[in-house]
Design a protein around this ligand. Structure first.
Ligand code: AMP
Ligand code: GLY
Length: 421
């Protein structure tokens, strides 16, 4: 079978690596992939905004299945386009992807179906929003409506910060803004909850917690993720059934009433307050770095899972997991998430010795003349599965130390809430 994967991050390398170990898969194309996928797949550079170019490549190379990693092509309707051209593709369609593409769409769905979430208001102009923030309690949260790569969210402690947020969003910092959201600030602990669905059946796909802030102790700027661990320390049977019955099921039912069948991964970003789940946001894809953290724990066959979703046969598949804990640390370029130097050589990658249950997934890397260079802010994801989180982290840190890349930095405290000092 020939498989194509869209995306270039650690998430896509983890998917590519898992599928490359499958005897049924004899060729993988990555659009565009990275230095890690180049070793096990064929990297193809195409203009991904031009769906026709992609379609022509898929058809002329007889690719049997396409997996879409990131949100942008999903929100832009790549699944509808490929399906219309009789191409098998795993991921939600354009209407379903509004769950991530429009925060207001999701908030309205929450309101209609009583899905627990932060209280909110939608504002169409600077005046209304500014009048509102003069009368409310702080902290509060202000969000741009559309996709903003995790940057369109402001946690405001005082009115000055809120005024700036309103100005920046309506000023077009995240694209033309017709409206914005103002939300109550929820105080609790965050958790990433994943399900997979074929449009008829939903199945749990494990939990994780990620560390989004750049500095140790969860301080400093927000990033795309500095590390993660799985399972979440918060999950228990009681909470799990509340998440399914109060959040996931009403969402899928609500979509169905609009004529939308949800197919693909669904990632609920939750705030857990006293063992009660609140929806912060939906993502219509796997998390990154959660995917790199979770996939090595998967005992079941990933290809079979993807195919069963495309064929609406997920009910026939059982998803099984290894019992070990998993922990992932992201090695970043110095300076990230601000300015950093690009095209820096990474030596010693072949000197790392991988034991069983140890993995290195590439993110922002490329190959130039057979050498690996860092091109992005988040460069390599080191993952280890172990009986306990402390051992997993120690082994991950040993791998990073043996690489000894002097342009890199990482957080040594990933998982501190599940690892005693
Ligand atoms: P989002 O892009 O919606 O995931 O938001 C980015 C981050 O802002 C989340 O991971 C949370 O840490 C935080 N956040 C968003 N909404 C809220 C809220 N209503 N209350 C508290 N924190 C929030
Ligand atoms: N881990 C955060 C995200 O994938 O959006």
């Amino acid at each position: 079978m020939k498989v194509g994967i869209i995306g270039s991050g650690g998430r896509e390398h983890a998917i590519c690596h898992t599928l490359s170990n499958d005897q049924k898969v004899n060729h993988i194309y990555c659009f565009p992939g990275n230095a890690g996928t180049a070793k096990i797949a064929e990297n193809i550079k195409l203009n991904l905004d031009n769906f026709n170019e992609l379609k022509d490549f898929i058809i002329s190379n007889n690719i049997d299945l396409i997996i879409v990693g990131p949100e942008k092509p999903l929100v832009d309707g790549i699944v509808d386009f490929l399906q219309d051209n009789n191409i098998k593709v795993f991921g939600p369609n354009k209407l379903a992807s509004q769950l991530e593409g429009s925060k207001i769409f999701t908030k309205n769905l929450c309101e209609k179906y009583n899905i627990p979430t932060a209280q909110f208001g939608i504002f169409q102009n600077v005046n209304d929003a500014t009048n509102f923030i003069k009368k409310t309690k702080y902290p509060l949260v202000i969000k741009a409506d559309g996709l903003a790569s995790g940057k369109g969210v402001y946690i405001c402690e005082k009115s000055k910060e809120a005024e700036l947020a309103i100005k920046e969003i309506f000023g077009g910092k995240f694209g033309k803004a017709k409206n914005l959201l103002i939300e109550e600030f929820l105080k609790g602990e965050e958790m990433s909850y994943f399900i997979i669905s074929d449009g008829k059946t939903i199945k749990r796909f494990d939990t994780a917690q990620d560390h989004k802030r750049v500095l140790e102790g969860d301080k400093g700027k927000n990033t795309g993720g500095m590390g993660a661990y799985s399972p979440s320390r918060l999950i228990n049977d009681n909470l799990d059934s509340k998440i399914i019955s109060k959040i996931i099921e009403p969402t899928i039912r609500g979509l169905k009433r609009m004529g939308i069948n949800y197919q693909g991964f669904l990632y609920a970003g939750l705030m857990i307050v006293d063992n009660e789940p609140y929806l912060i946001e939906y993502n219509v894809r796997m998390g990154d770095p959660e995917c790199q953290t979770i996939l090595p724990k998967l005992k079941s066959n990933l290809l079979e899972l993807f195919l069963s979703c495309c064929n609406e046969k997920l009910n026939e598949v059982e998803i099984k997991w290894h019992n070990e804990k998993s922990l992932c640390i992201v090695l970043c370029s110095k300076g990230y998430p601000d300015e950093f130097t690009k095209n820096v050589l990474i030596r010693n990658l072949n000197k790392i010795k991988f034991d069983k249950n140890e993995y290195c997934y590439h993110a922002g890397t490329t190959i130039i003349k057979e050498q690996v260079y860092a091109t992005g802010g988040r460069v390599l994801n080191f993952v280890c599965l172990s009986q306990n989180f402390l051992e997993a982290r120690t082994k991950v840190v040993n791998m990073i130390n043996s690489l000894n890349w002097d342009n890199g930095f990482y957080r040594k405290d990933i998982g501190y809430k599940v690892i005693e000092k």
